[in-house]
Design a protein around this ligand. Structure first.
Ligand code: ADP
Ligand code: 5GP
Length: 188
């Protein structure tokens, strides 16, 4: 049976890093490639990390009802494609989604019994800031815009099924892995 495993949390908390490790451990789990209008980072691949679209292309997907949910975040569009979720359900496989808190809660509302929401917390604001700075993908302005959202995001973490602190990476991955294994065991 398919499960929608939704990973969320503030920018820089380690969602992408943890998701990558989980997918390495679980060849049976698919990754939901989202659509976005934000510029591609040097290490990202179109169609693998995201489908990088123009604003017009994204807005057409909204009009054609091709998105399960979408949000405007940091001035860009981000959305989960219905086709990714349909494919997982058709193949009877679980799907890992990396989406913002509002998107995660929309998925929970649409798929209450199939979704499991995991919130990744940074050990502190200082560490979050330094991880984002070290990643070197944002300008100072963009970085500050990402940090401005953290209070709202932490507040909404209460609505998630699980919260994990990403301090030691290996431990955080183990904790997320344990949650996923338990969810898949009960999904029969
Ligand atoms: P997100 O996808 O949530 O924005 P990333 O996975 O890109 O976050 O992680 C942000 C940065 O922090 C990356 O440079 C990543 O290598 C680093 N990072 C992630 N987890 C840890 C950790 N537990 N300890 C130290 N650095 C980490
Ligand atoms: P980034 O630009 O760092 O890749 O992602 C910024 C934010 O957008 C993160 O919180 C990420 O989880 C979120 N995001 C990525 N894809 C989607 C999506 O399909 N829908 C929603 N709602 N958020 C997404």
């Amino acid at each position: 049976m398919s499960r929608l495993i939704v990973i969320s949390g503030p920018s820089g908390c380690g969602k992408t890093t943890i998701a990558r490790e989980i997918l390495q451990r679980h060849a049976e789990i698919l990754f939901a490639v989202s659509a976005t209008t934000r510029p591609k980072r040097s290490y990202e691949m179109n169609g693998k990390d995201y489908f990088f679209l123009t604003k017009n292309e994204f807005e057409q997907k909204i009009r054609l009802n091709e998105l399960v949910e979408w949000e405007q975040i940091y001035g860009e569009y981000y959305g989960s494609l219905k086709s990714e979720i349909d494919r997982a359900f058709e193949e009877g496989r679980s799907l890992l989604l990396d989406v913002d808190v509002k998107g995660a809660l929309s998925i929970k509302t649409k798929y209450p019994s199939d979704s499991i929401l995991i919130f990744i917390k940074p050990p502190s604001m200082e560490i979050l800031r330094s991880r984002l700075m070290n990643r070197k993908t944002e300008t100072t302005e963009a970085l500050n815009r990402r940090l401005e959202r953290v209070t709202m995001e932490m507040e909404r973490s209460k609505e998630f099924n699980f919260s994990i602190i990403n301090d030691d990476l290996a431990q955080a991955v183990d904790n997320v892995d344990r949650i996923i294994n338990r969810a898949m065991e009960t999904a029969v």
